[in-house]
Design a protein around this ligand. Structure first.
Ligand SMILES: Cc1ncc(COP(=O)(O)O)c(C=O)c1O
Length: 361
């Protein structure tokens, strides 16, 4: 039987209560849940598909799969994007947690993920009974051949972007050993530094034009303010996607039909993403200046929806200090031991709350 870590966010509860007691109310910059409206065209598509008496297709409708392939080509510069190799998932957290199981990883298999990472990669390895390995240096694995290598660029929590050249080396290393590279790309459209543009693992500069041994995960939660819909996709190597589809059909892991319709509408449109980017760019600039003015150093953070900040003290001291100002942030330790002196500041709060945080700092 597997063991799971304590659910990290429960440990933040006392600080949340402290922050909520501030006379001006809490400014919650911890979890990173979107707060702006779901785009009108997405809501209209959901409503128009609400008459759904029959079972939906696990594979997703052809319209949805074509919309995703079109987005990969148009927005991410992916060559060879194949609608047959697209599979909708019930939010990408679900897939992160179950992917090692779905790919048949088990005892004795290694699942590798970054040292500082979204905690669900570790959970997914454990659910499968596989061995979680947190490392940024694949060479440290020696001759081992892991089953799965996760990459996450732009990174949660650090906002770091891995250049195409780095990703290309990871892909070559993994292909040499028969490991599957799974790239979690949910912040790909939120790059802020023209010198560090995020790139998909499926881009020809990374994969050489072949998607063999590669999977990319994309989420609509942040891109299209659809976290409440639970909507993501996995795409890449057709044989791997078919394997996932087969198991998911048996296991009942199906995205609801109205959500599939809403997803197609979201992937077909970029204007709402550009609009949302503007909002986040403004909030990021405000918070960055406020935290720096308050004595913080911001590391990485060239992309994603987070600032990775430090005052060179234990993260829980920083969390406590900010809770006293009514501002709640995530302790870096949630993402790995090397985050113990950082905090993660999400800029998914309203303009009003962001201005309030800046004023208090
Ligand atoms: C790196 C990363 N992967 C996956 C997810 C899961 O997103 P969702 O399940 O909403 O698609 C998140 C959510 O914050 C994330 O930060």
């Amino acid at each position: 039987m597997f063991t799971l870590p304590d659910f990290p966010w429960d440990r933040l509860q006392p600080y949340k209560e402290r922050a909520a007691a501030h006379p001006g109310g809490i400014v919650d910059l911890s979890v990173g849940t979107p707060v702006d409206p779901t785009p009108e065209r997405v809501r209209a598509a959901l409503a128009a598909a609400s008459d759904a008496p029959g079972y939906p297709q696990t594979y997703g409708t052809p319209v949805l799969r074509e919309a995703v392939a079109g987005w990969l080509r148009r927005r991410l510069g992916v060559t060879g994007a194949d609608p047959d190799a697209v599979l909708p998932v019930i939010g990408t957290k679900e897939l992160v947690a179950w992917l090692p199981t779905l790919l048949g990883a088990g005892p004795g298999d290694q699942v590798v993920f970054p040292e500082l990472a979204y905690p669900t990669y570790d959970v997914g390895a454990r659910l499968a009974g596989a061995s979680p390995v947190a490392t940024d240096g694949l060479l440290s694995l020696g001759p081992a051949a892991p089953k799965i290598v996760w990459v996450n660029s732009p990174s949660n929590p650090t906002g770091k972007v891995l250049p195409a050249e780095h990703l290309r080396k990871v892909v070559a290393w993994a292909r040499d050993r028969g490991a599957v590279v799974v790239s979690d790309e949910c912040y790909l459209e939120f790059g802020w530094d023209p010198d560090a543009p995020p790139v998909s693992v499926l881009h020809p500069d990374v994969c050489g034009g072949s998607h063999e041994g590669l999977l990319a995960l994309n989420s609509l939660s942040k891109r299209s303010n659809m976290a409440g819909y639970r909507a993501g996709v996995v795409t890449g190597d057709l044989a791997l996607v078919r394997r996932l589809l087969e198991v998911r059909k048996h296991a009942g892991m199906i995205v609801p039909a109205p959500v599939q319709a809403a997803m197609a509408a979201a992937f077909d449109d970029d204007a709402h993403v550009d609009e949302q980017r503007e909002r986040y760019a403004r909030r990021r600039a405000t918070l960055r200046a406020a935290f720096e003015g308050h004595g913080f150093r911001i590391d990485h953070s060239e992309a994603s929806l987070y600032l990775w900040a430090t005052r060179d003290e234990p993260c829980w001291d920083t969390v406590e200090h900010l809770a006293g100002l009514g501002v709640l942030v995530g302790p870096g330790e949630f993402y790995g031991p090397s985050g113990a002196r950082h905090i993660r500041v999400a800029f998914t709060a309203t303009d009003e709350r962001v201005a309030e945080a800046a004023a208090r700092l």
